[in-house]
Ligand binder design. Structure first.
Ligand code: HEC
Ligand code: HEC
Length: 229
């Protein structure tokens, strides 16, 4: 009897204690969380500003200040999903994807650098190509569209060919670079992060690869919603 009463009393006291102390503890906790969030946000902002500067100094000469390269065989980076970019920087650093220029650039990048550059590139909005000298040839465009459906390019790269996650945007990419990339996957000279591309293009005749490059390079660039990246 006395034991039960003591227990009841004890639990009442505990509840009173909680009622009295909990709101204060919750308020302190909230303040601590808000401070932590603000300092994390400030740190993230400083990091992204640092990589924006490093991009301008170390990458823009070849890839363009806004990520739209106008250098031969040098890919447009604007509009690429950050997850795709980090996988490629990793492959360059480990020399599994070979490119004289990029292996030299990536060799000394730390893991934080891979993350910092790819996060920054992921914020660059897609930039359409400069207006073409001649309007696209409708016959080649029609053939390209049919090939992209037949070979299921759209299944992975999306109906807008804008990629997402580890799949690259290809719409509006430079034609010379696309040709080189597609031929490289087929020949086995470009290693992918996975086998996806090697098997996607292994049975396509080379002249059809070139039509695909023609079509994809002229595919309209639609600004993607950042949330979808
Ligand atoms: C000297 C010119 C040059 C510089 C400087 C350079 N790049 Fe590159 N980059 C290239 C070339 C050329 C390729 C294409 C490589 C290939 O496939 O042959 C490339 C490819 C890439 C790719 C792969 C894109 C894709 O669509 O697969 C990424 C990502 C990239 N570079 C990021 C960077 C970053 C980040 C920097 C700065 C730290 C940088 N590059 C500096 C020339 C350069
Ligand atoms: C099964 C999914 C899949 C299919 C189908 C597919 N792709 Fe890809 N593609 C990828 C992935 C994933 C990558 C990234 C390469 C890697 O693994 O490193 C890629 C990369 C590429 C690249 C290189 C882009 C760059 O910036 O370097 C091009 C060009 C490309 N694909 C075009 C095509 C075309 C054209 C087709 C249709 C013939 C196609 N893809 C079909 C998944 C796919």
């Amino acid at each position: 009897m006395r034991g039960a009463r003591a227990a009841r009393l004890a639990s009442c006291t505990a509840m009173l204690f909680l009622v009295a102390v909990a709101p204060q503890a919750v308020a302190q906790d909230k303040a601590r969380q808000a401070r932590a969030a603000a300092s994390a946000a400030a740190k993230a902002q400083a990091t992204s500003a640092a990589y924006a500067q490093r991009f301008a100094a170390q990458c823009a000469a070849c890839h363009g200040a806004n990520g739209r390269s106008d250098m031969a065989l040098t890919p447009v980076l604007a509009g690429q999903p950050s997850l795709y970019v980090i996988t490629q920087l990793f492959l360059f650093r480990e020399a599994r994807r070979s490119s004289e220029a990029m292996n030299a650039v990536a060799k000394n990048l730390t893991d934080d650098d891979l993350r910092g550059f790819s996060d920054y590139i992921g914020t660059l909005p897609p930039v359409p190509p400069p207006p073409p000298a001649a309007p696209p040839d409708p016959v080649r465009m029609g053939k390209g569209r049919a090939l992209a459906e037949q070979h299921r390019c759209v299944a992975c790269h999306g109906a807008a060919l804008d990629g997402g996650q580890q799949v690259p945007r290809i719409a509006g990419q430079r034609e010379d670079y696309l040709k080189m990339a597609l031929r490289g996957f087929q020949a086995g000279t470009r290693a992918g992060y996975t086998q996806a591309m090697t098997s996607a293009v292994s049975h396509i005749p080379v002249e059809d690869l070139d039509i695909l490059a023609y079509y994809v390079a002229r595919f309209p660039v639609v600004p993607a919603a950042p949330a979808a990246k």
